[in-house]
Write a protein that binds this ligand. Structure first.
Ligand code: ZN
Ligand code: ZN
Length: 252
């Protein structure tokens, strides 16, 4: 019998540990890596995306290696079940409900009603909330700051950009096509800076409402002064459309 096991030992590499690492040390290493890749303090968007991806792989690996029974299966070792693991589990929230599930983050027994399925396995609602709170760190006022900044910048920029571009005729259309996304990215950066680079579930939506109503109000203002209505101008519409398409994903 060969002692080569069929599974690649990818999970050990993800946690950067040797295969004979003790269960306690696996848990300690997991906590260390969690802190290291926590996205909340990473300013750069690319680095944050990398950290989030890395965290998902670490969670994946720990879901297996953090659980002695699953780790034994992964290692291809005979499964030795401790006597107390065979006891019936009861849901932590519903003490009368028997269950076979545990939250794979905190280990708490949970019934199927309390379990939330995630890409890395079943989690209790408390752990899900904790995870989301780490990711979405916006404060209550941030939504309105995003809306306000989007509104003010768009209300000022729309008439200026619209007048300039339409003055160039067909050439303006080409400028709009080339510069629209860039302007949108710039606007997204201004809004993100305005909210201290925090992320919120509804923040992109609020920013979008601010931008669109800003363009609208700016256009009406320009119309009142000059009689020129931007929203009927194809160049302005193209520019605005491209700018919003570029800004929105960057605000998430
Ligand atoms: Zn949990
Ligand atoms: Zn339950």
């Amino acid at each position: 019998m060969s002692d080569r096991t069929p599974q690649p030992k990818k999970h050990y590499r993800m946690l950067d540990i040797a295969e004979d690492t003790s269960q306690e040390e696996v848990a300690r290493q997991y906590q260390r890596l969690l802190k290291l890749y926590q996205p909340e303090n990473i300013g750069d968007a690319d680095a944050r995306a990398y950290a989030a991806q890395k965290l998902a792989q670490i969670e994946d690996a720990y879901a297996i290696l953090g659980d002695p029974a699953r780790r034994a299966i992964y290692d291809g070792k005979p499964l030795v079940v401790a006597a107390d693991d065979q006891d019936t589990l009861f849901c932590a929230n519903h003490p009368n409900t028997e269950t076979l599930l545990r939250c794979n983050k905190c280990g708490k027994p949970i019934c199927i009603k309390c379990a939330v399925q995630t890409p890395v396995g079943y989690r209790c609602t408390e752990c899900i909330h904790q995870q989301q709170n780490v990711y979405f760190n916006a404060q209550g006022s941030d939504n309105f700051i995003a809306l306000g900044v989007g509104f003010v910048v768009s209300a000022i920029a729309a008439p200026i950009v619209g007048l300039l571009l339409s003055g160039f005729g067909f050439f303006g259309l080409i400028i709009a096509f080339v510069a629209g996304s860039g302007a949108g990215s710039l606007l997204a950066q201004i809004i993100r800076r305005g909210v201290g680079r925090r992320r919120g579930r509804r923040l992109p939506l609020f920013a979008l409402i601010g931008i669109i109503s800003g363009v609208f109000v700016g256009s009406i203002g320009l119309f009142l002064f000059t009689g020129f209505f931007l929203l009927f101008d194809i160049t302005t519409l193209l520019f605005t459309g491209l700018a919003i398409a570029a800004a929105y994903p960057q605000l998430r």
